[in-house]
Design a protein around this ligand. Structure first.
Ligand code: B12
Ligand code: SF4
Ligand code: SF4
Length: 364
């Protein structure tokens, strides 16, 4: 195991551990979540049923799961980064992209490095049955991580570590080796409920339960249809993912920056004006998002998300330039995007003169 830890660190992982394959006690929770329809239109979540909780059924012969986590805060991140993010969320005319998606697509980074780790292990122990996963298959990754001691499950449902907060990705190696499982850690949420209270859409309906249909991460990334009109104003300027429940979490003052430069922020991915992003055509979108997770949502969803953010910006403060950018983006847009653009443009010009200075007589 010591060698394995050394190799993993060398590959950019912050920690690895070993989980048993018996996740049967997690099955009722998964089933209840699916029964409540909390997966929304993520049909893949329901399609595999309980296979998600049964690693040995998913990959026959699996005896243990080597779990791994990789910190992803961009290397340029300074202490107090949460305040920078909150300030970004307070600038309606700028697009806010979730921290995890500002650099290279983590699926690619983790998969390649887990594959290397497996090859190193195989070179040491001889022929090895293994499979690599990272958010790529029906696997209960947080459950495996928590059981093996990579952290505890926070009330926002993500894995949380005393010395690293939650700003890390998870990945796994399913192996047919009978390695000794590592111990779970204790939980340290206590009475805190900051993540629940801060969630803009009340998506954390109870501790440890997220209704994905309300989660901005789902709405901007996974959801392929129209965004419910009543949720649009709550999304603010978040155009890809959402970090709020993690920004509010006190443990994230211990979050670590990435060892790898892969997660460094790419141009246009932090603080870009919405109007500027709306001006990208599909070719530009594909060029700018090459190798990034954002590319996965495709141009139409990207424009849909920008339209919602633009609509919210116009509701905060009218802006002729943004209206023009929206109108231009609407030319030749498909029905989904066109409807969101129409919603954005329907924002009544905010009475800027009334928003500052003393209220008019009789207003109080
Ligand atoms: C589907 C999914 C989503 C969905 C649903 C999220 C969710 N909480 O389920 C959406 C699109 C909303 C989402 C958002 C995000 N995700 Co996501 N997501 C996944 C994915 C693919 C599966 C998660 C899953 O199995 N959900 C099913 C539910 C049932 O599981 P659960 O919420 O953990 O619930 C358990 C318990 O809480 C309990 N339970 C839940 N509901 C109920 C109800 C009842 C009645 C009962 C009794 C019990 C119960 O039972 C369940 C089983 O133990 C994983 C990767 C993977 N393959 O595991 C990544 C993953 C969890 N996501 C990740 C990330 C980074 C995010 C975001 C932060 C991205 C962003 N910045 O926008 C947000 C965070 C939102 C949040 N607070 O969860 C990382 C988390 C890393 C970490 N530190 O833990 C993962 C692990 C991907 C990865 N490989 O790194 N995600
Ligand atoms: S990611 Fe955002 S919307 Fe989703 S649960 Fe967290 S705070 Fe709520
Ligand atoms: S914000 Fe509080 S309750 Fe939520 S995960 Fe962090 S410590 Fe736990």
């Amino acid at each position: 195991m010591e060698k394995l830890h050394g190799w993993a660190h060398g590959l950019g992982f912050s920690q690895i551990a070993v989980a048993d394959v018996d996740l049967s006690s997690a099955e009722p929770g998964l089933q209840a979540w699916l029964d409540a329809g909390h997966h929304g239109r993520m049909h893949y979540m329901a399609a595999h049923g309980m296979k998600r909780a049964r690693p040995a059924e998913l990959v026959p012969g699996t005896l243990r799961v080597i779990t791994a986590r990789m910190d992803y805060l961009p290397q340029s991140t300074e202490p107090g980064w949460q305040a920078v993010e909150w300030a970004g969320l307070g600038r309606p005319e700028q697009a806010q992209i979730s921290l995890y998606a500002r650099g290279r697509d983590y699926h690619k980074v983790l998969r390649q490095r887990l594959q290397k780790l497996a090859e190193m292990l195989e070179a040491e122990v001889g022929p090895l049955g293994y499979r690599v996963f990272t958010d790529s298959a029906p696997v209960l990754e947080v459950e495996l991580a928590a059981r093996s001691g990579l952290g505890w499950r926070g009330k926002h449902t993500l894995t949380l570590h005393r010395e690293a907060g939650s700003m890390f990705f998870l990945g796994e190696l399913f192996v047919d080796l009978d390695l000794p499982p590592t111990e779970a850690t204790s939980a340290h949420c206590g009475e805190c409920r900051a993540c629940i209270d801060v969630c803009p859409t009340a998506a954390i309906t109870e501790p440890y339960r997220v209704d994905a249909r309300r989660c901005i991460s789902y709405l901007t990334i996974e959801h392929d249809g129209p965004i419910p009109v009543e949720l649009r104003p709550l999304m603010g300027n978040r155009v890809y993912g959402c970090d709020d429940c993690q920004l509010a979490c006190p443990w994230n003052k211990f979050a670590q920056t990435a060892v790898l430069a892969d997660f460094d922020v790419r141009p246009g991915m932090a603080g870009a004006p919405i109007a500027q992003l709306l001006a990208w055509d599909e070719t530009e979108f594909l060029r700018r998002t090459e190798g990034s997770a954002i590319r996965r949502i495709g141009f139409a969803r990207w424009q849909r998300n920008l339209a919602v953010a633009a609509g919210n910006a116009l509701r905060a403060r009218d802006d002729a330039g943004l209206r023009t950018a929206l109108a231009r983006a609407g030319q030749g847009a498909d029905a989904l995007v066109a409807e969101h653009i129409a919603w954005a443009l329907s924002a009544a010009p905010a009475p800027a003169a009334l928003s500052s200075g003393p209220p008019p007589a009789g207003a109080l």
